[in-house]
Write a protein that binds this ligand. Structure first.
Ligand code: FUB
Length: 327
């Protein structure tokens, strides 16, 4: 019998999992994580240590029950366009189908975003033969608004290659903006009704400070790095993301799903391990943050474990900061 899950503890321990995207489907919590592997690849800023090959879908009937691993849902060998590095995925339900969105390097080593479909939230998923036309970079996250329009958010610096797309084409040696120039924002595109293509040209999202000025690239405590997630609470849109080099999950709010977003504060203080990555979901009238850290592996950057914590709002809609170690 599997052990019940506990807040701020790994939800599974038989495999390493990271980058959790949590959703409520068919009355249960489904978690779509990366599946970290135990290998000896060199750790570097290019992310070579994150050499994942497949996805497993996890589910929980409740936050005090056990977590089920539904087994391999998609493997890179079954994705014709993809070569390696199956990084942070997300899932969505529309048109009576489940869609798995995922990044991987294509055969030219360029990160692209793919889609796979299933009739079940636990998969297995069948990949489309090609990546989403016009897609690039990493960390897709899909938000479906109350009017049923679906938006995909994506983008990550460094190994995620976002700097290389500033001109609209891939420039292999492109660097990020100067420290005093606006930081690169995440990218958003509305998805077509069949969820397989972008409806329009992807747009960069602006994240601004308390004076309405763009957050600059040198402001590493607040600037966007990777791992976007959008949710809606009391009619306000919340964009949350990792600050990468300063290891925090932070957020901003907007009255539009495409921004601009006004920076508000920190959701999650740094965890053990270099990366931090999260999702936010409402389940049975409470809100939860799913995140990962490397404590189960003793701190190995490429061997992370998904955990969760309750997320609470203040009366004014701001989010209370979570310290995962209760300091
Ligand atoms: O898991 C590989 C990468 O690490 C993800 O795509 C990033 O968000 C970071 O968590």
């Amino acid at each position: 019998m599997t052990k019940p899950v506990q807040p701020n503890e790994p939800i599974v321990t038989h495999i390493y999992t990271a980058d959790p995207s949590a959703h409520v489907f068919e009355g249960k919590l489904y978690i779509y994580p990366s599946h970290d592997l135990d290998h000896e690849n060199t750790s570097n800023d290019n992310g070579d240590q994150y050499d994942m090959e497949d996805y497993h879908v996890l589910s929980m009937d409740g936050v005090d029950g056990s977590c089920v691993d539904h087994g391999e849902a998609l493997h890179v060998k079954d994705v014709p366009w993809a070569k390696k590095q199956m990084w942070a995925p997300d899932a969505a339900f529309k048109n009576g189908k489940y869609y798995l969105f995922f990044p991987a390097r294509d055969h030219d080593d360029i990160f692209r975003l793919g889609v796979a479909t299933s009739s079940s939230p636990s998969g297995p998923f069948a990949a489309e033969p090609d990546y989403i036309p016009g897609s690039f970079s990493i960390d897709p996250a899909v938000f479906i608004d109350d009017d049923n329009r679906a938006y995909i958010y994506f983008g990550g610096l460094w190994g995620g290659q976002l700097e290389k797309w500033q001109t609209g084409s891939f420039i292999a040696d492109a660097e990020g903006p100067a420290d005093n120039a606006p930081a690169l924002g995440p990218i958003v595109a509305e998805l077509s009704n069949d969820m397989l293509t972008f409806k329009d040209q992807p747009q960069e999202i602006s994240i601004v400070d308390e004076h309405g000025e763009p957050i600059v690239a040198g402001d590493e405590e607040r600037r966007y790095f990777e791992g976007p997630w959008v949710h809606k609470y009391n009619s306000t849109y919340y964009l949350s993301y990792s600050t990468g080099s300063t290891h925090k999950i932070v957020y901003g709010t907007s009255q539009s799903p495409t921004g601009p977003f006004a920076y508000k504060g920190t959701i999650l203080t740094p965890v053990l391990g270099w990366t931090t990555h999260h999702s936010i979901v409402e389940f049975q009238d409470k809100w939860y943050l799913f995140y990962h850290d490397s404590s189960l592996s003793g701190g190995a950057d490429n061997k992370r474990s998904v955990k969760f914590a309750e997320l609470k709002y203040n009366e004014d809609g701001t989010i209370q900061t979570i310290d995962p170690y209760g300091k």
